[in-house]
Design a protein around this ligand. Structure first.
Ligand SMILES: Cc1cc2nc3c(=O)[nH]c(=O)nc-3n(C[C@H](O)[C@H](O)[C@H](O)COP(=O)(O)OP(=O)(O)OC[C@H]3O[C@@H](n4cnc5c(N)ncnc54)[C@H](O)[C@@H]3O)c2cc1C
Length: 432
């Protein structure tokens, strides 16, 4: 306890004029601090660029941290011990979280996915972003974009403590909803029907030794989910070994691009999540009888609005494993489309399959200094459902950083693609 006098003094203040707008300048402004934007910001800063990373949430990490996605998918080739496909910050995360015992590798017959502790990932992101020298602006919602011909000149953001204008040479749209391209008036696309999101949650107090198999749980969900009021009749509850907790993803909820509807659906997602816990407790009392919710994520949003790029990645190209001359990312993750309330389409690939993301899918045709990354790149709905998982998101973020670095004050449409791919050699298989 400190032996100092208490403090009673206050200053009386009144807002008697418009608060000044703060202006920040950078080489590269990354909008969206999910896993794609994090990758872009760290890679750009490591290239010596002055980087600002902005996000509407009050903390970094996007869905990877705050929606408790909980599992890195699409990082490894198919097969029980498939090789790693994406490197860069993926290596750093696997090394550093692995050293903290904050990862669990699920090596299934199809592929390897990596469960992570979302608290550890959140702190890793904050520490790494700081070490890289990235300027951070959180709690800042994008309100408008000023264009200068084919270039974004500046963006305006509203933070609870005041407005901020960011001027930059290049911009990354890592918002997931193509919010930057949309506000800039660039052409975007939306799916014709709904694409469901899910309310993730972590439950604690489970008995891992009495855990049902995934096949058993799938069969039970197909049979019983409806009777518990669940709209979705499949899903999973993955145990994190040794922690007595499980990650539950068993519901579908719409994720509309309309403020009031989106807010209402967020609460509906929690109602659905609670029903899945009721089901687990009743159907598997030995494993889940003492379970309770430890944490709900923020609403999990899969596919909403995305850019129109110079190339539209198609599901046929995914199935064929088309190796584009401008490929910048690869994965083998299945087509995993959640466009039906009752379940999802799952189309896995053979053990030697690889598919690629072309750089053209990241570049809005009508802008010279913008690169998209993550779940808002140009693809058809089925193709996007595969390449939006976090492995390729990390690779796309790296590609966006290197492309803007190569473009400098020129156009991202005129960079040397061979030079870009040499920089991304490990992620595109040139180094295999
Ligand atoms: C329920 C669910 C389960 C999933 N399961 C897996 C899985 O197991 N493994 C896997 O690898 N992938 C999974 N995915 C997919 C994956 O999680 C996402 O596609 C990926 O995390 C997207 O990352 P991102 O960086 O592109 O976008 P996001 O993580 O969505 O980040 C976008 C960021 O932009 C910010 N933003 C948006 N608009 C604005 C604005 N106007 N102003 C300011 N900031 C803004 C947001 O706040 C957010 O932080 C799942 C997705 C969902 C929804």
């Amino acid at each position: 306890m400190l032996n100092v006098p208490i403090s009673t003094a206050t200053n009386r203040v009144r807002r008697d004029r418009a608060a000044p707008t703060q202006i920040v300048e950078a080489d590269i402004c990354v909008v969206g601090a999910g896993i794609s934007g994090i990758s872009a910001a760290i890679e750009a800063a490591r290239l010596g660029r002055k980087v600002i990373l902005v996000d509407g949430l009050p903390a970094l990490g996007g869905q990877a941290v705050h929606s408790i996605i909980g599992t890195f998918c699409g990082l490894f080739a198919n097969g029980t011990h498939g090789k790693q496909f994406t490197f860069g910050i993926a290596d750093d995360i696997l090394r550093d979280l692995g050293a903290q015992d904050a990862l669990h590798y699920r090596r299934g017959p199809m592929t390897t996915v990596v469960m992570y502790d979302e608290v550890a990932l959140g702190r890793w992101i904050e520490k790494t972003v700081l070490e890289a020298g990235v300027t951070v602006l959180v709690g800042a919602i994008l309100r408008s974009v000023e264009m200068d011909g084919r270039k974004i000149k500046s963006i305006e953001l509203a933070n609870r403590y005041g407005d901020v204008v960011v001027k930059a040479t290049g911009f990354v749209d890592a918002t997931g909803d193509a919010a930057l391209a949309w506000q800039a008036g660039l052409e975007c696309q939306e799916p014709e029907g709904p694409n469901y999101g899910s309310q993730m949650m972590v439950i604690e107090g489970i008995d891992e030794s009495r855990y049902p198999t995934r096949d058993e749980m799938s069969a039970r969900l197909a049979e019983k989910a409806e009777s518990y009021g669940l709209v979705r009749h499949d899903g999973f509850a993955f145990a994190f070994p040794g922690r007595g907790i499980a990650l539950v993803n068993m519901n579908h909820v719409e994720t509309p691009l309309e403020p009031l509807a989106a807010s209402a659906r967020g609460i509906e997602g929690k109602i659905q999540a609670d029903r899945s816990l009721t089901l687990l407790k009743a159907e598997y009392p030995e494993a889940f009888g003492n379970a309770r919710v430890r944490a709900y994520g923020f609403p999990g949003i899969r596919q909403t609005r995305w850019i129109v790029g110079t190339q539209h990645l198609t599901v046929d190209e995914i199935r064929a494993g088309t190796e584009f001359p401008d490929a910048i990312a690869r994965t083998a993750w299945p087509i995993e489309q959640h466009h039906n309330a009752a379940g999802y389409v799952w189309e896995p690939f053979a053990e030697d399959h690889v598919h690629y993301v072309p750089f053209g899918s990241l570049t809005p045709a009508d802008a010279d200094n913008v690169v998209a990354a993550g779940r808002c790149i140009d693809a058809d709905g089925a193709a996007l459902s595969s390449v939006r998982v976090m492995g390729p998101c990390i690779a796309m973020g790296a590609a966006a950083a290197h492309a803007l670095d190569l473009a400098g004050s020129g156009s991202v449409h005129q960079i040397d693609i061979a030079a870009l791919r040499r920089r991304l050699a490990a992620n595109v298989g040139l180094a295999d």
